[in-house]
Design a protein around this ligand. Structure first.
Ligand code: SAM
Length: 199
């Protein structure tokens, strides 16, 4: 992997993750982490009082992340291999942030709906769902988003207990390359989302 991408994970990526609202002490799930481009900076931001769970179904990618984790001595990063079912093995209301970056298009609609339910279940009332939606009709459509516009994805999420609280556009990483793009941050509807972003 290119050196500048690896460097971003511990530099620019840290600043980016802070902008999304992740803070020291947070417990974060990165669902579909792949090689951890976002899990690593998240683990740096949450620090020793927080924890990041990097989850994926591809063992080979997680092995790459394991090597990076060891090099950086990140004791607060737990790498979990799952079977691809949209189930979060966490207790109700114990997680501050769930990230789904460039992954929703790989899930069938019924699996996305199941995952949103799981995310809502594990998030604390003040928690938030951070989404990097890719591969919709206006953005190189593939897999299960070939018929969906960005607005359709946002509507799908908002129809299921989430309310848009913030949008952050910045330099990010997509497919191991730098790209200027945006993430959408949702709060839970039973909570006043504005309180999430009094930063
Ligand atoms: C395109 S990569 C995005 C990786 C990372 N989030 C990023 O933005 O750099 C999508 C990842 O989601 C994972 N993934 C897809 N469906 C999954 C599922 N049902 N359960 C767990 N991981 C899944 C894939 O294995 C892949 O590593």
């Amino acid at each position: 992997m290119q050196d500048e991408i690896i460097r971003w994970e511990t530099n620019g990526g840290v600043e980016f993750i802070k902008k999304t609202g992740i803070q020291a002490g947070h417990r974060v799930i990165d669902f579909g982490t792949r090689v951890g481009h976002y899990s690593i900076p998240a683990a740096i931001v949450v620090g020793q009082s927080g924890y990041v769970y990097a989850i994926d179904k591809e063992k080979r990618d997680l092995d790459v992340l394991e090597v990076k984790k060891k090099k950086l001595d990140l004791h607060n990063l737990e790498i979990r291999h799952i079977d691809g079912n949209p189930i979060l093995d966490f207790i109700n209301k114990t997680i501050d942030v769930v990230m789904c970056y460039d992954v929703l298009h790989l899930l069938r609609k019924e699996d996305r709906i199941a995952l949103y339910g799981e995310i809502s279940r594990v998030l604390k009332p003040s928690g938030f769902f951070s989404v990097f939606p890719k591969h919709v009709i206006e953005d190189n459509p593939v897999e299960y988003f070939t018929h969906m516009h960005l607005e359709d994805v946002k509507q799908e999420i908002q129809s299921l207990k989430f309310k848009l609280a913030n949008k952050i556009c910045d330099t990010m990483i997509h497919d191991d390359r730098f790209a200027y793009d945006c993430v959408f941050v949702y709060g839970k509807t039973e909570y006043d989302c504005h309180q999430v972003f009094t930063m």
